[in-house]
Design a protein around this ligand. Structure first.
Ligand code: AMP
Ligand code: MG
Length: 481
């Protein structure tokens, strides 16, 4: 059974209410590996038991589920009116990593924070959340996870009529930057104190014994966020809605909307079509995360001096740069940092950008480079349009690789462990979603299975590794959800 630490200790930071069922619900996807990690019983994986766990009025969950209140900076503007408008915290569980993990049901009906919304989530966006969480996890990018997906024929209206669904999301906690911002900016110091005390008791236990626990916690959030963003940048992930209410204090990817992985390498890529100024474009993400940490840090000002806080935030940039550099050098197959590597990397990225080459395929192909053959690599050379620029870059890469001891074969293997062959392309998600909207979830299951092992060569999976068809590039994903 689930615990209820947040609902008991912080009941005054939200509103208790039960989930509201949908018409003709069906549990269409479950995640047994995650259920095992979370120490959950088999009742979480079977249609009838899961539905009664969630929706029977006498079920314990119905009496402890709650909507959390928070605020957030949306596109740079402070908004105190946010909170779980359609999601409910179900309770928590002690997972195999020894940590407390929360379960949350998204699309569970309107709450006091719904601001006129219907409290529901459409199938399309629920599937996208499920796919992204599991794909990022398999790539080694910290993220909230997806435990189950419930579909229905319950009508909901967005641009067109659609059907509602629910996702059970798992995360260490659902505490966002916006939680601290809200209780700070509304002068509710008692509640802010309670929220911090809860964090020290359950989620930032190591920080509780520091000289200044609040500073230690801010430092942890700063460093984990920096490492997360380094991974987004290295794996070509564009979140799309980095509002502070979508930022997890655990430094994990959180609240998926119109996200996308890069196809062709384009640092200015904007996956969110309502983001007209590109505030959340791919290349803006590192700066925006720091902006968000600054917004969060206001909530820490009652507990530390501005100078102390500034010193903590100053650790963000070097942490991010070091992690990003290490990840990118590994993607290039370089074992140690040399002074010229930065230029080698940026010239490689410039080549991809100018030639509009696919980010992931290009790195995967780079592993074919052969030092033993004098740096010859036809499949890689043929991949580029501007062969002269490629040739001069390849010559430098060849000289650089010759400084390393390892064989071509060894480098090939290690590079393939960091350069995924299979990526969650928007068009792949879209094809699978269209089948699911017709009631066929087999394409989703197949896609999930391939994405669970993104670095391994898999049989009969070539279709998932091919270049993106023209129709699939820059797909306009609806931002409504
Ligand atoms: P999101 O874009 O999912 O991060 O949501 C932003 C805010 O709007 C959060 O406070 C959500 O709970 C709320 N929200 C989004 N869609 C709905 C909906 N259909 N009904 C109620 N609240 C919603
Ligand atoms: Mg959100």
């Amino acid at each position: 059974m689930l615990g209820k630490h947040f609902a008991t200790e912080l009941a005054h930071l939200g509103r208790q209410q039960p989930p509201v069922a949908l018409q003709n619900m069906r549990v269409v996807m479950t995640n047994p590996d995650l259920a095992q990690f979370l120490n959950l019983g088999p009742e979480w994986l079977a249609n009838d038991t899961l539905l009664s766990l969630l929706f029977d009025s006498e079920s314990k969950i119905a009496t402890q589920s709650m909507a959390q209140k928070y605020g957030g900076h949306q596109f740079g503007q402070w908004n105190p009116q946010l909170g779980d408008g359609r999601g409910l915290l179900l309770g928590d569980t002690r997972a195999l990593d020894g940590q407390l993990w929360d379960l949350h049901l998204k699309g569970a009906g309107p709450t006091p924070y719904a601001r006129g919304g219907d409290g529901r989530a459409v199938l399309r966006s629920s599937i996208r959340e499920y796919l992204a969480s599991e794909a990022l996890h398999a790539l080694g990018i910290p993220t909230s996870r997806a435990l189950a997906l419930i579909s229905s024929n319950h009508p909901v209206y967005r641009e067109t009529p659609e059907t509602a669904a629910m996702v059970i999301r798992a995360c260490q906690s659902h505490i966002r930057f916006g939680h601290f911002e809200y209780f700070y900016h509304t002068d509710q110091k008692d509640k802010l104190d309670d929220l911090f005390a809860f964090c020290f008791r359950h989620h930032f236990v190591d920080c509780a014994n520091a000289d200044n626990p609040h500073l230690a916690m801010l430092e942890k959030i700063t460093l984990e966020t920096a490492k997360l963003i380094a991974k987004w940048q290295a794996f070509g992930f564009n979140h799309g809605v980095m509002n502070t209410d979508n930022m997890s204090v655990h430094g994990v990817t959180f609240d998926f909307g119109p996200y996308a992985f890069l196809d062709d390498y384009d640092p200015e890529f904007i996956c969110n079509h309502s983001d007209h100024n590109g505030r959340y474009s791919f290349e803006q993400q590192p700066g925006i995360a720091l902006w968000n940490l600054n917004a969060l840090a206001h909530g820490f000002t009652p507990y530390a001096s501005v100078d102390e806080i500034r010193q903590v935030l100053e650790k963000y940039e070097p942490t991010l740069l070091t992690h990003y550099r290490d990840l990118m050098l590994a993607k290039l197959g370089l074992e140690q940092v040399m002074p010229e590597d930065q230029r080698l990397l940026s010239d490689w990225l410039n080549l991809l950008e100018q030639d509009q080459r696919d980010y992931h395929q290009s790195f995967r192909l780079l592993a074919e480079f052969n030092v033993a053959d004098g740096g010859k690599c036809d499949v890689l050379r043929d991949h580029f349009i501007d062969r002269d620029t490629y040739d001069s870059w390849a010559q430098r890469y060849y000289i650089r690789l010759k400084q390393q001891q390892s064989s071509d074969q060894a480098r090939h293997l290690t590079m393939n462990k960091v350069n995924p062959k299979y990526i969650l392309r928007n068009y792949l998600a879209q094809e699978a979603i269209e089948a699911a909207e017709q009631g066929d979830f087999s394409a989703i299951q197949r896609l999930l299975k391939v994405l669970a092992r993104p670095f391994d060569e898999q049989e009969n999976a070539e279709k998932y590794a091919q270049g993106v068809p023209d129709w699939g590039k820059r797909l306009e994903i609806s931002c409504s959800s």
